[in-house]
Design a protein around this ligand. Structure first.
Ligand code: ATP
Length: 333
C-alpha cells in the first residue's frame, strides 16, 4: 500500500532548538490520522513540513509519493488549513469561493456553495467581519472544495463550538467515506479525535512517542491495576511504559506483543464504515451480533466500546469491562 506520508529521520531545528526530531513514519493512504500532543510538541512543524512551508533540517519527507510543495501537481493533491485559519479580510465569502474556483483545477463549486448555505454564512459578508469560528468554517470549506487527496488540518476544532465540532467531524467523515481521501488533524486532546481517527501519531517534546493503527494500539496496550507490586514481577512480554503506585495499589500501562488480526473481517469493516458515516446505531447492531456469536472477540468488543460511547454509555461500559477481561491477565506476584 502507498504511504500518504513517509518520513525518514526527519528533523527541524530553529537555532539550537529542535522542534521535531528523529521522526520516522509511514502512514498508509485512506486513513483519518489524529496528530496529538501537548503545546509545543511539534505538530504544526510536522504539518508545515508536509505542505512544504518548511524545509527539513535533516532527514526526508514524502507526501503522496511527491516532494512537499513541489510544483502545481503536488499542491493540487494536498489541502491545508493552518491553525489561525487565514482568510483575506477585504474579500467577501463569495469572492473567496470565486478565487478557489480560479486557483484550483479540481474545485467543486457546488460542494462549496452547499456547505456555505448549511453554515448560514452570507456570501456578501467580508471575511474580516466573520467571527473566529465562521472564518475557520470558511477556510475548511475552501480546503474541502479543492478536493485534495490529502487534507491536513491544524487544530481545526479549536475555534468551533461543541455543536459545530460535532457537525464538522460528521461532515468530514462523510467526505472521507465518499471520496476516499486521507485526513490528518491535529489536536491537544486525544478525546477530541478518538471517535473519528483510525490512525494515531502521538508527539511529545519533538519526538514521536507512538504511531500506528488505533485498533492495533488498543490491542497491544493495556492498563493494569492491582495490589502494589514490583514491575519486574510482570511477565517479560509486558513492556512497562508508565507506572504509578499508591501505598496499596499499582497501575501500569504496558505494551504486549499480542496483536490483532490485521485482515479485518467484513462484519467489523462494515461496522467501522457505518460508524464513520454517522450511522452509529447500525454499527452498534452489527457489533452486538458479532459479540453475541463470539464473546471472545476482543476486536469486536473494542469497536463496540468506541461505537457505543455516546449513544449507549452503559453498553460501552460493559464492552470496556469485557475488553479488560479478555486482555492479558497479570499473574499473582
Ligand atoms: P501548539 O499545540 O501550541 O500549536 P505544536 O505542537 O504545534 O504546538 P510547534 O508549533 O510545532 O508545536 O512548535 C514546536 C517547537 O518549535 C516549540 O518549542 C516552538 O517554540 C518551536 N518553534 C516553532 N516555530 C518556531 C520559530 N519560527 N522559531 C523558533 N522556534 C519555533
Amino acid at each position: 500500500m502507498t504511504a500518504v506520508i513517509e518520513t525518514n529521520d526527519l528533523g527541524k531545528q530553529y537555532g539550537r532548538k529542535w522542534a521535531l526530531r528523529d521522526c520516522t513514519l509511514s502512514i498508509p493512504e485512506g486513513k483519518v490520522i489524529g496528530l496529538v500532543g501537548p503545546n509545543g510538541a511539534g505538530k504544526t512543524t510536522l504539518l508545515s513540513l508536509a505542505v512544504g512551508l518548511l524545509t527539513p533540517t535533516r532527514g526526508s519527507i514524502t507526501v503522496l509519493a511527491g516532494r512537499p510543495g513541489d510544483g502545481p501537481a503536488q499542491l493540487e493533491k494536498v489541502g491545508f488549513v493552518a491553525q489561525d485559519t487565514p482568510a483575506y479580510a477585504g474579500l467577501s465569502v463569495g469572492k473567496h469561493l470565486l478565487m478557489g474556483a480560479y486557483l484550483n483545477a479540481n474545485w467543486n463549486q457546488e460542494l462549496a456553495r452547499d456547505r456555505i448555505d448549511q453554515l448560514g454564512l452570507d456570501l456578501r459578508q467580508k471575511a474580516g467581519s466573520l467571527s473566529g469560528g465562521q472564518r475557520a468554517q470558511l477556510a475548511l470549506t475552501m480546503a474541502i472544495a479543492k478536493q485534495p487527496e490529502l487534507l491536513l488540518l491544524d487544530e481545526p476544532l479549536a475555534s468551533l463550538d461543541p455543536l459545530a465540532r460535532r457537525e464538522f467531524l460528521q461532515g468530514l467523515m462523510e467526505i472521507v467515506a465518499s471520496h476516499g481521501i486521507s485526513v490528518m488533524l491535529s489536536s491537544h486532546l486525544i478525546a477530541d479525535l478518538e471517535r473519528v481517527c483510525d490512525y494515531l501519531v502521538l508527539l511529545v517534546a519533538s519526538h514521536i512517542q507512538l504511531a500506528g493503527e488505533i485498533t492495533e494500539l488498543l490491542a497491544t496496550h493495556h492498563r493494569l491495576s492491582g495490589p502494589r507490586r514490583d514491575p519486574r514481577s510482570l511477565p517479560s512480554s509486558h513492556e512497562v511504559i508508565e507506572e504509578s503506585h499508591t501505598d496499596k495499589q499499582s497501575t501500569f500501562l504496558v505494551r504486549t506483543d499480542r496483536r490483532l488480526n490485521p485482515d479485518r473481517r467484513p462484519d467489523l469493516y462494515e461496522a467501522v464504515v457505518l460508524g464513520r458515516s454517522g450511522r452509529t446505531r447500525e454499527a452498534i447492531a452489527v457489533l452486538e451480533r458479532t459479540v453475541a456469536a463470539e464473546p471472545e472477540n476482543l476486536e469486536a468488543w473494542a469497536l463496540l466500546a468506541g461505537a457505543a460511547k455516546t449513544e449507549d454509555p452503559a453498553l460501552a461500559a460493559r464492552a470496556r469491562a469485557r475488553q479488560r477481561e479478555l486482555a492479558p491477565p497479570v499473574p499473582d506476584g
